[in-house]
Design a protein around this ligand. Sequence first.
Ligand code: UDP
Ligand code: MG
Length: 314
Amino acid sequence: MDLSVVIPLYNEEENVNELHTKLTETLNKLSIAYEIIYVDDGSIDNTLKLLEEIQKNDIHVVVLSFRRNFGQTAAFAAGFDFARGDIVITMDGDLQNDPADIPKLLDAIKDADLVSGWRKKRKDSFLSRKFPSIIANWLIGKVTGVKLHDYGCSLKAYRKEVIKNLRLYGEMHRFIPALASWYGVKIKEIEVIHHPRRYGTSKYGIGRTIKVLLDLVNVKFLHSFSTKPIQFFGPIGALLMVLGVIIIGYLVWLKFSEGVMIGRRPLLLGGFFSVLIGLNFIGMGFLGEMIVRVYHETQKKPIYILKKILGPGD
Ligand code: UDP
Ligand code: MG
């Protein structure tokens, strides 16, 4: 199998048939062995029914149907788990991405491991989608160190090895390039077409921004410290403890050398809190260390990812 196309759909009944027609048109021209994996993310309209019809008449189609709405990231993850192609392409199921871009992506991935689409002329509302996305893109670039113009574009191509190593949670699909680049993969960004949504409604609004920001902090933390939590919590805890001890020391000195009453000083409370919170941080760091060990050792999860193994005979 050369190519798997993974498409999440949630209540996209008006788009399904046209999407499949356009997709098939493009893919059949390529003369490669391909499959299309439609992931029905618990739609409550006719999406699943239409997909079942399509599947019956097309041997290239696999339909995965979720019991309930698990979200776009989960839909991608399911698609990745079932994908058999050497290259995996993801795209939206609402016809905002254009299947006609697929050949361009396949071309670009020849000398890369991941190709990310850039919706240069994005056709979404400015206030609720484009503006938050400008800020989010800037922030994600700063925090992850992976420079892309458009993280949110679903139209992406991956080499199989890249996605098989990924574990996705929350709303994390937009961080795949960052996660992957931390493994050391080569990323390219190319301009892709973007259409306004013609049928159905967008499943997201401004509320998504806050989730993305939380996920960003999460991803950054996990990347930097997930195998060494004490190195994150330890210094903060130690700093707070030292600060607390200095404060308390100062107050004790005031009391004994100057005879000042310190019992009612807010600073005293501050000093004690600082020591206690510092202790907590250090404790959390060590708890984290234990959790990391349990996680990696019980599940035989390595803390590294190999690209190749060469030995005698290779
Ligand atoms: N989607 C999904 N599950 C969800 C929300 C969205 O599978 O919980 C799908 C949706 O059907 C579409 C794609 O993800 O194919 C992108 O969603 P949408 O078009 O609403 O996002 P936008 O383009 O507005 O960012
Ligand atoms: Mg859309």
